[in-house]
Structure formats: structure tokens, C-alpha cells
Design a protein around this ligand. Sequence first.
Ligand code: ATP
Length: 347
Amino acid sequence: MKDAIVVNNLRKEFRVYSSRPGLAGAFRDLLNRQSKIVPAVKDISFTVKQGEMVGYIGENGAGKSTTIKMLTGILSPTSGTVRVNGMDPHKEREKFVKTIGVVFGQRSQLWWDIAVQESFRLLKKVYNVPDDLYEDHMELIIRTLDIEPLLDKPVRKLSLGQRMRCELAAALIHNPKLLFLDEPTIGLDVLVKVKIRQFLKEINERYNTTILLTTHDLSDIEALCERVVMLDEGQIIYDGSLLQLKQNWGDQKIIHMKFLDDIPVEVLQMHTDSVAQQKWMYDEKEQRYSIVLGADEEVISQLIKHVVEAFPIKDIHIEETSTEDIIQKIYEKGSAENDNKAAKAIG
Ligand SMILES: Nc1ncnc2c1ncn2[C@@H]1O[C@H](COP(=O)(O)OP(=O)(O)OP(=O)(O)O)[C@@H](O)[C@H]1O
């Protein structure tokens, strides 16, 4: 498989100027401004293969946008190298932009006052897309995104969800091999989110389009990406499968049970002590008994079997650690190394 993105020891530093307070300070700033260097991305390396869908995640200020700006050629790196679609995005910008599509949730590449269709035609010219290719490809895109009824409306008249679907179509007019998506579902209702995710899956399957997705909405990542790259303070703290991350970190399951009869919690405890030593808790309001276990399926099924055989059950619910909790735990720790059982952490 070909590499779509190859990043080696990529670094970006910004010079930040500070202002001194008061008039005298402003005067002194004029003569001699104080500045310091802030590293936003610190020597990161990773590779994305053609056709992969990768989630690029991190807290605010982690360095995601700065990386994307270097990958799309908007910023040049302080040091290190970037090859995207076999090119240097900054140095070969003109040729390069024809091979990528970009959707930034907050910014529009459509013209506000003209009909969506007209924007598409202009972009078709910008990208030099031949008529037959355009017809064929856009027919599919328009149908899948269900934007036919919107085509003759000016962009300013569209709702956010409608506009985002048109933005996606616009980013794909030239059928790019690589798509950068930055918060593509921000502020959208669930139905539109689902539609956009389905569409992205279809594009990826049909054209083997590589997708790099930056988002704070982990459900986007869960729906689309098998692999996540996690950034923290400019460094990669995890690069690997989402499943692995869940297996290594989602190490707790909470079993909630309700019984037909009142059972003293001590009785339940005594009954399960031989399977698991963890303590049962009783929530009086909910009339619910809960126990927190490790992720060992064998222990969980043994415990459930033991209890079900002994007491008449009304309800059972197993609660898993959510991906959000897992990611939060990793950020709190500042590393994806879990005990010695290291998740494939690099950086
Ligand atoms: N042009 C700039 N000049 C100075 N500092 C900058 C500039 N751009 C980004 N930074 C700093 O670099 C760091 C990384 O910022 P970046 O925008 O890449 O983070 P991010 O992960 O995209 O955050 P967010 O989720 O909030 O968009 C931050 O500390 C930010 O203040």
C-alpha cells in the first residue's frame, strides 16, 4: 500500500511577543520587543497509508491545527519533513492542492451569495475537472449527500447541516486522494452527523480516499476510524488502534443488578467472594446492586452465572468505560503507557 502522509521529526515553533504594561512599557516595547519561542509541534513522526481513516485527536492547544496546516502547505515546518501524496505541501503548493480536499468546520469554501451549483462550477474550473468526470462523480456525491434540492439556493440561505453537506461535496469535486476534515460535524444534529459519516465511509470504500479527521467528537472517530493518533503538548502520546486503546485502558466494567426480592448486600457479597473479591455497593434510591470488575470476560460471566443461579433477577446492565473516559484518563496521565502493558505508544 502506498503512503499518503509521511511525517518525520516534524517541528513547528512560533515566536510570541509579549507586551509590557503601561505607557512606559509600550514605549519600551517599541524600541525593544520581548519575545519567546513557543514550540507547538515537537518533532513528531507518523505515516498514513493510502485508504486509511485516521483520527487525529488532542485537547485544545495540543498542536492539531498546526500539524494540519503543515500537512496542507499553509505553514512551513521549523524543522523535519512532510511528504503528502508524494509532494512537499509547502514547496509544491500549486500542484499539491489539486490532490487534497479540505473541510474546516468553521470556514467555508463556498461563495456566500451565489447558488451552491455556481460555487461547484467555479471550483470545477479552478481544479480543471473534465466535464465527463465531473458529471459522473458529482452525480454520486450529490445523490449520496442528498443535496439536490439545495443546489439552486444561495449558501447564506442554508442551515448549518445543509451547508456542511455542500462543503463536503465541494471538497470532493476534484475527487482528491486525501481528505482533511477538521470538526466536520460540529454543531450538527445527530441525523446529519450519521448521514455525513455514512457518506465518508462510502467515499473511502469506493475511491480508497485517505481521511485524516480532527475532531472533539469522539463518536465521529468511533464511527469512522480504526486508528487514532493522540497528541498532547505537541507530542504524539499514542498511535495505534482504537480497539487496542480500549482493551488496554477500558479496564473496568460495572455490573448493575436489580433483584425481585430484597437481598442484604452482605449475603450477595458472601455469595460472590469465591469468584471476585470486589465489593458490592447498594443504591437505595435505584434499588440497584453494583460491582466494579476488571475487563476479564471469564470472571464477569462466572459472577453473573453465580448470582443468577442463586437469586431471582429483575434486570442486569453492564456498563463499560466509555472512550471519552479512556481518553480523559490518558490525558491525565500524559502517556498511553498502561502499567507495563504498553499500548503501542510512540513519540
Ligand atoms: N500563529 C501562532 N502564533 C503563536 N502561537 C501559536 C500560533 N498558532 C498556534 N499557536 C500555539 O501553538 C499551540 C498549538 O496550537 P494549535 O492551534 O495547533 O492547537 P490545537 O490542538 O489545534 O487546538 P484547538 O483544539 O484549540 O484548535 C498553542 O499553544 C497555540 O497557542
